[in-house]
Design a protein around this ligand. Structure first.
Ligand code: GLU
Length: 462
């Protein structure tokens, strides 16, 4: 038994595609089956290598590992041609040379009289040797199937077109290749977006013409934006990898998208094991799900708080690299992450908070410095410099005592010491708890940054 995810590499892997992939992957895991990744790249004009790379990177980032693949349809053209020849030789397919103008006219006439546009079968009996190749759809009877999500569906054959299975240059089309592959790859359950639901009856007729058994189907409703309209860039990023770039944990995203159209009671947080255990195709909702950015952010923050430290650091490393942070140049990252996880909104936020612990800066942010650094704060910075320089046991508690001590002696509040100290340490004033920050920055760096701040003020005088 197998399921598959079969994206066309004609754009980035979007959030809806990722959810289809997750459902198909969960089905495979749940049923102890194999999961196949198939790249449907027979449309050579629209398929790009960048898109293939984005699909593979996206699957890898999400951890949706596949047992077979990636299988590229472009490498299987001989097999499709073999099936097309077979259909032609058995009179189940035929060449058609109708002009685009004729097809267009026919279409418009049918629409004008309120009928469904459909090819009239004009070339069925012409026995041509070139043109596009059409499948000879049965005229009588009906196609029926029981979709896991949509329920029982029945379509009369009189409503179905003779679909094009090869273009005039001989290249096979999606409806043919998908049937051949799902058959050859022994796909038991086809899970895909419901934008394909109209193709399914035609594909079922192809299975029957080829004397192949038909897989089961689950057509997953689309995802809408929070305002009920079709999900678009306006509602946030559609590109899956941009969620990585924005600091989401892959498991948080998986948790969020599994709930888009699928539920198990009121449960919101699902580990991968929970998902595998509880996932049922029949529980997929038949109406479209709405995307809710705040909920996704809430789930992400809750994962940041609870994910095991190793996994969290592993995911953070990608972001640290983006900021050129070299971990050998500062404190133990595990300790840092433990202290940041409670207040980090995303991995990007967390990585940005790490910068001051590992990277030195050349100067202070001018706007901040001209506000905070002055002769009054210089006195405080001098105190900090002198007292911290002789502090032996460098830990947050002792640093805190030094600050308290200065507050007492100078008769000032914590903020009066904290503000210049924070700017001296971070360069831009963006730092969390000051004693913990100084602890992670380390003694040597703290002293040299205090010195740099004092010099900055001294230079004001001259
Ligand atoms: N390649 C198709 C698409 O990206 C999916 C086909 C299918 O799953 O059957 O929309």
């Amino acid at each position: 038994m197998k399921s598959r995810f079969a994206p066309s590499p004609t754009g980035y892997l979007h959030i809806g595609g990722a959810r289809t992939a997750l459902f198909a992957w969960l089905w495979a895991k749940k049923n102890n089956s194999k999961f196949v990744l198939r790249i449907e790249d027979t449309d050579r004009e629209r398929s790009t290598q960048d898109s293939v790379d984005a699909i593979l990177e996206g699957m890898d980032w999400l951890g949706l590992n596949y047992d077979e693949g990636p299988i590229f349809q472009s490498k299987r053209i001989d097999r499709y041609n073999e099936v097309i020849s077979d259909l032609l030789s058995h009179g189940k397919a035929y060449y058609c040379d109708c002009s685009i103008e004729r097809l267009e006219e026919m279409r418009e006439t049918l629409i004008a009289i309120g009928e469904k546009p459909k090819y009239d079968g004009c070339c069925r009996k012409k026995y041509l040797k070139k043109g596009v190749i059409r499948f000879l759809n049965p005229d009588l009877g009906a196609v029926s199937f029981n979709d896991y999500v949509k329920g029982q569906i029945e379509i009369s054959n009189s409503e179905l077109d003779d679909l094009i299975i090869a273009r005039s240059d001989g290249s096979p089309t999606y409806n043919l290749t998908v049937v051949v592959d799902d058959h050859d790859m022994k796909i038991e359950c086809v899970i895909r977006g419901d934008d394909h639901i109209n193709n399914t009856p035609k594909q079922i007729n192809l299975y029957e013409a080829l004397d192949w058994s038909t897989p089961k189907f689950a057509h997953v409703p689309m995802i809408l934006g929070s305002d009920g309209s079709r999900l678009s860039k306006r509602h946030g990023a559609l590109n899956l990898l941009s969620y990585r770039d924005k600091g989401f944990l892959p498991k948080a995203l998986l948790n969020y998208i599994v709930r888009l159209g699928w539920s198990h009671g009121d449960q919101e947080i699902f580990s991968i094991d929970d998902m595998i255990k509880l996932f049922e195709l029949k529980n997929i909702n038949n109406s479209p799900a709405s995307f809710n950015q705040e909920k996704l952010e809430w789930i992400n923050q809750s994962y940041i708080k609870t994910t095991g430290i190793e996994e969290l650091v592993d995911n953070l490393k990608w972001h640290l690299n983006q900021l050129s942070i070299n971990l050998s140049n500062g404190p133990d990252i595990n300790e840092v992450v433990e202290s940041l996880r409670e207040r980090s909104k995303s991995l990007v936020d967390m990585a940005q908070s790490c910068v001051m612990f590992y990277n030195d800066f050349e100067d202070f942010e001018l706007g901040q410095a001209s506000k905070v650094f002055n002769l009054e704060s210089k006195l405080i910075l001098d105190d900090l410099y002198l007292q911290l320089k002789i502090l032996e046991d460098w830990n947050a508690e002792n640093i805190h005592s030094v600050i308290n001590n200065i507050c007492e002696i100078r008769g000032v509040g914590f903020g009066k010491v904290g503000q210049p100290f924070r700017l001296a340490l971070s360069g831009d004033g963006k730092a969390g708890s000051i004693d913990i920050s100084a602890y992670f920055v380390g003694k040597k760096r703290t002293i040299s940054r205090l010195k740099m701040a004092i010099e900055w003020i001294n230079n004001l005088d001259s």
